[in-house]
Design a protein around this ligand. Structure first.
Ligand code: 6GU
Length: 238
């Protein structure tokens, strides 16, 4: 899996080199390139934004640096024969969910994603329009709130996708009982979990979990998942 990320704050994405994704990078399971959008400007001030046509508050990202950045990335494919998907993080996009993460991670070695991190009021709409003639383009939102830029959303998406790639989670770690993956249709939240010691500050572990009866444990976990989902997210199972 290859990720190219374009941003005016590429340092924002450096934490991807830590933790689980960092280990997958070191292991060669994923590739990551960070691109500074301002490197594709030509004026003294390295300008990436301008006032919106039609008026209104804020600034819009100019199309020319984006065009040049995308040209440069397309001219340097991470492996032969791949077509990238351009992901444009925006609160106005289709919702990114665990299903999206599963679909993207299924591309595995054939996967190549370019993330275009906008700031200000967004990127001139002609950039997506042009890119659609060259590669698939997905405008995606990570939730119903507004972030000042796409960078933190890209951290979220790359972490969600990368942990599903073969070899990224260690032996014994499993994604099958994650929230949104348990239940028949991904509509259950994971219930409570416990570890040693058996008693802590007067609180004990549910007896059934130490019973060793795996059938009962499975049924208890399912029931707890349903209770938690009703309490926390009734919208998931109306
Ligand atoms: Cl993907 N980007 C921005 N800027 N804001 C968001 C978002 C993305 N998802 C929710 N809010």
């Amino acid at each position: 899996m290859f990720y190219d990320i374009v941003s005016i704050f590429p340092e924002y994405l450096e934490p991807l080199k830590l933790s689980l994704v960092g280990k997958a990078l070191d292991d060669g399971l994923i590739g990551l390139r960070l691109w500074q959008l301002r490197d594709f400007t030509h004026d003294r001030h390295r300008t990436v934004d301008d006032t919106p046509y039609g008026g209104g508050p804020g600034m819009v990202m100019k199309p020319e640096p984006w065009g040049e950045a995308l040209d440069a990335i397309l001219a340097a494919p991470p492996a032969p024969g791949l077509t990238p998907t351009l992901v444009v993080p925006t609160p106005n996009g289709r919702r990114f969910t665990q299903r999206t993460a599963e679909e993207w991670s299924a591309r595995a070695e054939q996967g190549w994603f370019i993330f275009a991190c906008g700031r200000y009021e967004g990127i001139d709409s002609r950039v997506s329009e042009w890119a659609r003639g060259v590669m698939p383009v997905e405008e995606v939102s990570i939730g119903d709130y507004v972030l000042p830029g796409g960078e933190s959303a890209v951290l979220v998406m790359i972490e969600a996708v990368s942990r599903l790639l073969p070899g990224v989670l260690g032996n014994g770690e499993s994604v099958t009982d994650d929230s949104f993956s348990i239940g028949e249709d991904g509509t259950l939240l994971e219930g409570p979990v416990f570890t040693k010691p058996p008693e802590w500050r007067g609180l004990t572990v549910p007896e059934i979990l130490v019973s060793g009866h795996h059938g009962n444990i499975r049924r208890w976990r399912r029931e707890e998942a349903e209770l938690r989902t009703q309490r926390m997210r009734p919208d998931l199972r109306p």
